[in-house]
Design a protein around this ligand. Structure first.
Ligand SMILES: Nc1nc2c([nH]c(=O)n2[C@H]2C[C@H](O)[C@@H](COP(=O)(O)OP(=O)(O)OP(=O)(O)O)O2)c(=O)[nH]1
Length: 136
């Protein structure tokens, strides 16, 4: 039993956010998530997240502030998911180490089967969007 630290990017392009589909044979295969991955030992989380986005989507990003931290248990495995708000720098993503990716609004996220750990993150994004719509 151990805890794995995972970083994930909330990358905004106008009103859309980039989501990625996990490879078929990976853990939680075919589920949707916020792109990112496991932190290496001793690695700075923001640097680790930039590395993961480069590996997964062949794209450079600027990592900003923490958006949400989720502690989630998948049976005997515990993940601490650090989600950062990130700035899109204009490069088109390439599905290097994921099955697919999409730019979606928070409302559209309901159509995707996200990993269980991501559910509170999706809800938080949707709540923020609703607030924005209520007070333009
Ligand atoms: N990147 C990412 N991982 C997530 C999210 N939600 C969630 O439960 N996870 C889980 C799935 C995996 O168990 C773990 C991340 O592992 P990973 O397989 O993506 O990491 P990695 O790219 O470093 O993988 P590897 O080198 O071990 O192949 O965190 C999320 O939104 N983003």
């Amino acid at each position: 039993m151990h805890t794995v630290i995972v970083t994930a990017a909330i990358i905004h392009k106008e009103d859309k956010i980039l989501i990625a589909q996990r490879n078929k044979h990976a853990e939680h295969g075919l589920k949707w998530e916020f792109p990112g991955g496991k932190l290496n030992f001793g690695e700075d989380p923001k640097v680790g997240l930039q590395r993961e986005i480069q590996e997964e989507l062949d794209m450079a990003i600027e990592v900003g502030d923490i958006f949400e931290v989720v502690s989630h248990r998948y049976g005997e495995r515990h993940i601490l998911l650090l989600c950062y708000t990130c700035r899109y720098l204009g490069q088109n993503p390439v599905a290097r180490d994921c099955r697919d990716f999409r730019w979606v609004t928070p409302a559209e996220m309901n159509r995707y089967d996200f990993t269980a750990a991501d559910v509170p993150v999706v809800k938080k994004l949707q709540k923020l969007l609703d607030k924005k719509e209520a007070c333009p």
